[in-house]
Design a protein around this ligand. Structure first.
Ligand code: C5P
Length: 219
């Protein structure tokens, strides 16, 4: 129907931060609130889609009528996303995934002793990169949160990770990015076309993103 254009389509959205444990009381994370990903999941549901939300820890209420998979670490998010990839029509990777994780996870609380504490970190698995490499029929959308050279970095990410579209936002701008209820985004598609949007509520931004996703599904 006209107002449920995503009926019958399966969309997986990742949202929020991931958390990398260091010991039983400490972890590394980032400023992601999850708002953008939750907004995409809610709007996709309203448009009729069968939505799965793979989410890191957030304080947001759970959207109704969708499948929610709560995860903690990047590795968890990788497994939850990859295991559901084949059946999806669309995957939108909105999560702010931790790029590094501690090499050693202490099983007991690390005790305070020296003035300096050096923690060795290793790269986490790049979920989006893996999705790009294993892409079949899916429309794959990534995000690029940057503080400079937004358009170039975003475009580079789209090509490098084999995406159909990248959504870029400048997280250093007021009214854009982490924690905010609004977002100022640009969307770049693999055909090179670009759409620059003004500051919008995350709901409206989600709607704009899904309109472009529907365009991409037609091809
Ligand atoms: O390269 P960068 O991490 O900035 O790319 C951001 C995009 O890649 C986002 O869509 C994010 O969800 C995804 N990503 C991922 N796995 C990682 C790092 C980022 O899926 N380990």
């Amino acid at each position: 129907t006209e107002d449920m254009p995503l009926t019958g389509k399966k969309i997986l959205v990742t949202a929020g931060p991931t958390r990398e444990e260091l010991d039983p009381v400490r972890y590394f994370t980032n400023h992601s609130s999850g708002k953008m990903g939750y907004a995409i999941a809610s709007v996709a549901k309203k448009l009729g889609a069968d939505v799965t939300l793979v989410t890191g820890p957030t304080s947001l209420p759970e959207p109704q009528g969708i499948t929610i998979e709560k995860i903690i670490s990047t590795k968890d998010m990788y497994e939850a996303t990859m295991s559901r990839y084949h059946e999806q029509d669309v995957v939108i990777k909105c999560a702010a995934v931790a790029d590094y994780t501690p090499v050693t996870v202490h099983s007991n609380k690390f005790k305070k002793k020296n003035d300096l504490w050096t923690i060795e970190m290793k790269k986490t698995v790049d979920i989006l990169q893996s999705l790009g490499e294993k892409k079949e029929h899916q429309v794959l959308v990534g995000f690029a949160a940057e503080t400079e050279n937004l358009e170039n970095y975003a475009k580079d990410k789209m090509i490098r990770k084999n995406l159909d579209m990248v959504v870029g936002n400048d997280v250093s701008k007021e009214g854009s990015g982490f924690g905010s209820d609004t977002n100022e985004i640009i969307m770049i598609k693999k055909d090179g076309s670009k759409k620059v949007l003004p500051i919008l509520t995350k709901e409206n931004a989600a709607h704009e993103i899904l309109i472009e996703v529907m365009e991409l599904m037609k091809r």
